[in-house]
Design a protein around this ligand. Structure first.
Ligand code: AMP
Ligand code: GLY
Length: 428
């Protein structure tokens, strides 16, 4: 099969690396990709958001399957577009159409879906520009902390956790009055604050059948000890030790099953990865959010643990044969440490030469924000998150040891990483 993978981050390098191992693969293209994806396939200079160009490329290069990495093109309807386009109608697409992608694209829709299907989640109220005064009174009548969520896609910045009422009122104004997130913030959820430990569960599904993939924990804040602003994710671990059989069984019965049943009952088509952002509240799973794709940096610890041929799994998903598939998981622990540019998640410089990549042993280094300098041919930084250093080990301690050793070895000006990935999960 010829494959076109859309996206350019660490998740896409991990997916591309895994796809490149498939016996089914003829040619792999990544649009637009990064310096790492070009080592396992061929980068093409097309944006995942330019649907027409994607369709033309699919046609010209006899692509059999398109795999969509990030959420934005899914929410904006790339799957529907390719399915309707005369040049690409026959092509398999992995990722949900817009109707399914609403689970991530609208937090209001997702919350109502969870309610309709009895999925445990934080209590919440929805407000719009026309009910701004009600929202203010609601905040006035409640105790902190306040959780405010912009309805639409906001590149991971649409959730505010406010510890003071004044901060919550200001955040509300930012969303509903000052248009901080554009249309995405014209509806807001104000949600009950949940206290617990977060983890992410994943399935691959055709909307009817599903197969559970390894779970993972992601470290979102920039600073050690979970301090400072939120980022796209500074590291990840899979499996998650507190997700024992009892907890996993609750997640499947209370969250995964009712979601898949809900999709069927509401005739919502879905073929692809479904990601459940969970909070373990005293041993009970609560669903915080859906994402309609793999996670980043979760993909960087999940892909190395999946033993199946990924294209076989994708093909079975597309053709409704998931029932015949058994997912085989490597029992080892995988950890990823993100190397970021100084300043991230705020402003940062690009174009810093990355050194010592050839000295790495024992880790998969997935590229997130890298490019090849056209003049020198050097690999240079080109994003906030630059590399994910992923390692398998017999236990968490061993995997972390390898990831950190290699994280220290790789060099570029302004390199920053968290020193405590996985520490909260170490038993001794
Ligand atoms: P999201 O963008 O939906 O992933 O939310 C960002 C982060 O906000 C989550 O990873 C949680 O850490 C936090 N969060 C979201 N909803 C809640 C909630 N109801 N209670 C506590 N924390 C939350
Ligand atoms: N790591 C969280 C996400 O991919 O949304």
């Amino acid at each position: 099969m010829n494959i076109l993978l859309l996206g350019s981050g660490g998740r896409e390098h991990a997916l591309a690396w895994k796809i490149a191992k498939s016996k089914q693969l003829s040619r792999l293209y990544i649009a637009p990709g990064n310096a790492g994806t070009n080592d396992v396939g061929t980068n093409v200079a097309i944006s995942a958001d330019d649907f027409e160009q994607v369709a033309e490329f699919v046609h010209r290069h006899a692509i059999h399957m398109v795999v969509v990495g990030p959420e934005a093109p899914l929410v904006y309807g790339i799957v529907d577009f390719l399915e309707k386009h005369p040049l690409t109608r026959q092509v398999m697409v992995i990722g949900p159409p817009a109707a399914g992608a609403r689970l991530e694209g609208s937090k209001v829709f997702a919350k109502e879906f969870m309610r309709r299907h009895g999925i445990p989640t934080a209590a919440s109220e929805r407000f719009g520009r026309d009910t701004l005064q009600d929202a203010r009174s609601f905040i006035g009548s409640r105790r902190s902390p306040f959780v405010l969520k912009a309805d639409g896609l906001a590149a991971g910045k649409g959730v505010l956790i406010c510890h003071h009422r004044e901060e919550a009122l200001a955040g509300l104004d930012e969303m509903l009055v000052h248009d901080r997130f554009g249309k995405a913030g014209h509806q807001v959820l104000i949600e009950e604050f949940l206290t617990g430990i977060e983890l992410s569960a994943f399935v691959i599904t055709d909307g009817k059948e599903y197969r559970i993939l390894p779970e993972a924990k992601d470290y979102k804040r920039i600073g050690d000890g979970d301090t400072g602003p939120n980022t796209g994710g500074m590291g990840s671990v899979s499996p998650v030790p507190f997700a024992d059989d009892t907890f996993r069984e609750k997640v499947e019965r209370q969250v995964i099953l009712p979601t898949i049943r809900g999709l069927q009952q509401e005739n919502i088509p879905f073929k692809g990865f479904l990601f459940f952002g969970l909070m373990n509240v005293g041993g009970e799973p609560y669903l915080i959010e859906y994402n309609v794709r793999m996670g980043d940096p979760e993909a960087e610890v999940i892909m190395p643990r999946i033993k199946n041929d990924l294209l076989e799994l994708f093909e079975a998903t597309y053709t409704g044969r998931l029932r015949e598939m058994t997912v085989r998981i490597d029992p080892r622990v995988c950890t990823a440490v993100i190397l970021a540019s100084a300043g991230y998640p705020g402003a940062y410089e690009k174009g810093k030469r990355i050194l010592n990549m050839d000295k790495i042993a024992g880790s998969f280094v997935f590229h997130a924000g890298t490019a090849r300098d056209p003049r020198s041919g050097d690999i240079v930084t080109s994003g906030g998150r630059v590399l994910a250093v992923s390692s398998l080990g017999k236990d968490l301690k061993e995997a972390l040891g390898i990831s950190y050793e290699n994280s220290r070895l790789i060099a570029f000006e302004g390199k920053y990483f968290r020193n405590d990935i996985g520490n909260d999960l170490l038993i001794d």
